[in-house]
Design a protein around this ligand. Structure first.
Ligand code: AOS
Ligand code: ZN
Ligand code: ZN
Length: 388
């Protein structure tokens, strides 16, 4: 049976990174429903992230998106974060909201556009130097809409060349995380459509390049936990962009529509060393909150990841190995289901109380007065970036 003290230590040691854009206004391509009290600056996004960390105790890192989080002085932003018990996490590049990227960014047929895109990526590494961030997260909207629009292989060559230039600029403690997405916004070819393409590029680049698994970026029925297990085995799992996927890349709360999938993913992570700090898997959220209150939604998402992790840690791996070895299919499956069906909320409440936190972070936030305060004080909150 799992050792409860070790389970507790793993849970209190887990770090979940929240996205700056999850705190701002966002929406679908049809409508942004603006909320009152949303942050007007990247500094205010950090103020909200600090609330999430204060009530969960496991969310000290915040990912930034450039240029959505552009500021004059990034070192000052990092210092502001530090004063609130936070640190700046992954720097997300943005090569998808400029007219010049209509035919792509790093894969664009015109070398001048590629230069502009790579310069932006290099600027993101400069920002990492200033913020102390170790991860550059790259997602490319590049692709084509029509057969014949551009040459598939030439585009791969351009991608490889751009990545190599950025890779060469990374410092010793920095890494490049390459995200994949099987469609959208390009609907015929996508230049990094799947984990295999991302893996192949990362493998060529070297040990400082790893794959990011965004849980929303797969076709229905894809066995994401297989991808996770494979990448961990190869030392190429850099991290997650957690969210839910029910229709497409819906970017809603992780673990909300399919908590069993999240459990299966976290089981592979836990079983294959992915929770060990030295494996350096970044557990990031990539979500927006369009119709629900944002800060409690981020808190709920952090808790969903914690609950899936707790269940994964409760898997009796010895019993599982024994059942697998003896070919007892039903017993092996039952070991996983027993862990999944355990109510881990009392355990998590206990851990929080032992570390001086309120047992129910959502209720504690609701009673804190923060939401009322920002609603009164902040007028004219900005868009998260999407739909801006
Ligand atoms: C886009 O679909 C990707 O998930 C990226 O991670 C993107 O930069 C992020 O969603 C920002 O909202
Ligand atoms: Zn993502
Ligand atoms: Zn996405």
């Amino acid at each position: 049976m799992p050792d409860i003290a070790a389970v507790k230590a793993a849970l209190s040691g887990q770090r979940i990174e929240t996205p700056s854009w999850g705190y701002g206004n966002s929406g679908t391509r049809f409508k942004v429903f603006a909320q009152s009290g949303v942050p007007r600056t990247p500094f205010e996004k950090l103020d909200d992230a600090a609330q999430v960390h204060a009530f969960t105790g496991v969310a000290p890192k915040v990912s930034l998106h450039i240029p959505w989080d552009r500021v004059e002085d990034y070192a000052a932003l990092a210092a502001y974060a530090k004063d609130r018990g936070l640190e700046l996490g992954a720097i997300n590049s943005n090569t998808f909201q400029d007219d010049s990227y209509k035919l792509g960014s790093v894969c664009h047929p015109d070398a001048k556009v590629r230069r502009k895109a790579v310069d932006h990526l290099l600027e993101c590494v400069d920002i990492m130097d200033a913020t102390g961030s170790s991860d550059l997260k790259l997602w490319f909207a590049d692709g084509t809409n029509y057969p014949g629009q551009d040459d598939i292989v030439d585009r791969q060559d351009r991608l490889a060349e751009a990545l190599a230039e950025v890779y060469a600029r990374l410092g010793d403690d920095q890494r490049l995380l390459l995200e994949y997405k099987f469609f959208e916004p390009a609907f015929y070819t996508t230049d990094v459509p799947d984990w295999g393409t991302s893996y192949a590029h990362c493998l060529k680049l070297g040990s400082k390049a790893q794959v990011v698994v965004d849980t929303g970026h797969h076709a229905p029925g894809t066995n994401i936990e297989f991808i996770v297990a494979f990448l961990l085995r190869e030392g190429k799992l850099g991290g997650f962009d957690f969210n839910s996927r029910f229709y497409a890349d819906d970017d809603l709360m992780v673990g909300s529509a399919d908590p069993f999938q999240l459990f299966r993913i976290m089981h592979e992570v836990a079983k294959n060393g992915g929770l060990a700090p030295e494996t350096n898997v970044a557990f990031m959220l990539d979500q927006c909150h369009n119709i629900e209150a944002k800060i409690p939604a981020v808190i709920r998402s952090v808790m969903n990841v914690q609950e899936a992790t707790a269940k994964a840690l409760l898997v009796d791996v010895d019993a599982l190995a024994e059942a697998q070895q003896s070919g007892d299919v039903l017993a092996a499956n039952a070991v996983l289901m027993d862990a999944y069906n355990t109510d881990v909320r009392p355990l998590l409440r206990e851990i929080r109380e032992e570390t001086g936190l309120a047992p129910d972070p959502v209720a504690a936030y609701a009673g804190s007065g923060w939401q009322e305060r920002i609603t009164a004080e902040r007028v004219g909150g900005e868009q998260a970036g999407w739909g801006a």
